[in-house]
Write a protein that binds this ligand. Structure first.
Ligand SMILES: [Zn+2]
Length: 169
């Protein structure tokens, strides 16, 4: 992985805290993965899905879909004390699934790559780096809530545009 200066880490941290929506955070994830690992791909769709709390997000193998648990996301939004914390969670969760979408299935490897990227890109002490190690370190409340249902409603957030469409299945 190429080296990044302390100044770039501060710029990256500032940028993360100001990102406004799902698409902007995902673009930043893609940029960071390309800088860190020289890996890029296009055409992914993001999907919000209310599902059991034990599933933070998932990638459907062989598909272009990354799904994020919107039940957990709502809790994260509620517990976040800053935009920085919320965006850090979003970044971490999208980064994890984006790495899976390259066909890297090994959980340990994806987690390790995520932590390494966050350390280099934002610094060891940044919220996003701590979250990449363990989200419960920042949001211990998440460990106390248990929700056990996969709902049949999805919100698809398409990449590269800002139009959100809701599909009921
Ligand atoms: Zn995973």
């Amino acid at each position: 992985m190429s080296t990044i200066t302390g100044k770039e880490q501060i710029n990256n941290s500032n940028k993360l805290s100001y990102l406004k929506d799902f698409n902007e955070v995902f673009e930043f994830v893609k940029f960071s993965v390309n800088s860190a690992y020289k890996m890029k791909r296009a055409g992914l769709s993001l999907m919000l899905h209310r599902m059991p709390t034990r599933v933070g997000a998932y990638h459907i193998l062989g598909s272009n879909v990354i799904a994020v648990n919107s039940f957990v996301l709502d809790l994260v939004k509620k517990y976040s004390t800053s935009n920085d914390e919320y965006n850090s969670y979003l970044f971490m969760v999208l980064l994890h699934e984006y790495l899976h979408s390259f066909g890297i299935l090994d959980e340990y490897k994806v987690r390790w790559m995520s932590v390494e990227l966050c350390k280099k890109f934002f610094g060891e002490k940044h919220t996003v780096t701590i979250m990449a190690e363990d989200p419960l370190k920042i949001f211990p409340q998440l460990g106390l809530i248990s929700y056990d249902k996969f709902e049949n409603e999805f919100e698809i957030i398409k990449n590269f545009d800002n139009t959100n469409q809701t599909y009921i299945q």
